[in-house]
Design a protein around this ligand. Structure first.
Ligand code: HEC
Length: 203
């Protein structure tokens, strides 16, 4: 009976494969369908996989002094590699046309920062430029992957800066093009509360 059912299943699968193969799909009309939003991709595919690449290398100051953080075992390098692969492929997802910015509209976050509708309009009008930014990020992650495969922590660390620049370039162009960053105060603010400086008096 089990044998019979397997045969039926096999037959059904074969029929399905034939049916699928019968419909020619040309590279130009591959059924790519953007299902997640840009915001989803940023949170769960881009940021979630970029952070572990930045965090994998660097120096942290602890009570015992400065500790150089870097993957050491093959398993640790492999864990970092997994994030590089996922981030690399996320750049392909970014260039699939027709992706919505967010499920729910969001307002501007402050002066010079665009809300979701404006971001959407901006990207729709400048699609080629948006894709170029995604490809710029991809080029950096390709090099990060090479550094990971060579277990080269120093290269991975300096490429972290290039990755930061690639993220920022797209954000400045599409998200906060005229963000007003307040000037840093030129004089320190007056001391207040319990942190008032104690100035010893003479005599
Ligand atoms: C090709 C363009 C592009 C690139 C490259 C890009 N981003 Fe974004 N990112 C956007 C846009 C557009 C938004 C604003 C819309 C939104 O909030 O998702 C955004 C928003 C975000 C957000 C906020 C998501 C939220 O919760 O609203 C994070 C976090 C983020 N990006 C991280 C990154 C990091 C990290 C990188 C680089 C590793 C990166 N992005 C590279 C286009 C890009």
């Amino acid at each position: 009976m089990i044998f019979h059912r397997r045969l039926v299943a096999k037959g059904t699968r074969a029929a399905l494969v034939c049916a699928v193969l019968a419909v020619p799909v040309h590279a130009s009309d591959l059924p790519l369908e953007p299902l997640a939003t840009v915001q989803d991709l940023m949170r769960y595919a881009v940021d979630a996989n970029a952070d572990p690449l930045w965090d994998a290398v660097g120096s942290v100051t602890t009570r015992d002094g400065v500790v150089e953080r870097r993957p050491r075992s093959d398993a640790e390098w492999d864990a970092v590699r997994r994030h590089a692969i996922l981030l690399l492929e996320a750049t392909n997802l970014l260039v699939i046309p027709g992706r919505k910015i967010s499920a729910d509209a969001f307002p501007s976050d402050g002066p010079g920062v665009l809300g979701s509708a404006e971001i959407q309009r901006h990207i729709d009008r400048n699609r080629v430029q948006f894709n170029a930014f995604a490809l710029e990020l991809r080029a950096v992650v390709v090099r990060e992957l090479q550094a990971i495969d060579q277990h080269d922590a120093n290269a991975l660390q300096s490429l972290g800066e290039s990755m930061d620049a690639a993220c920022e370039a797209c954000h400045v162009a599409n998200w906060y093009p005229h963000e007003a960053i307040p000037d840093l105060p030129t004089t320190p603010p007056p001391p207040k509360g319990r942190f008032k400086a104690h100035i010893p008096q003479d005599g």
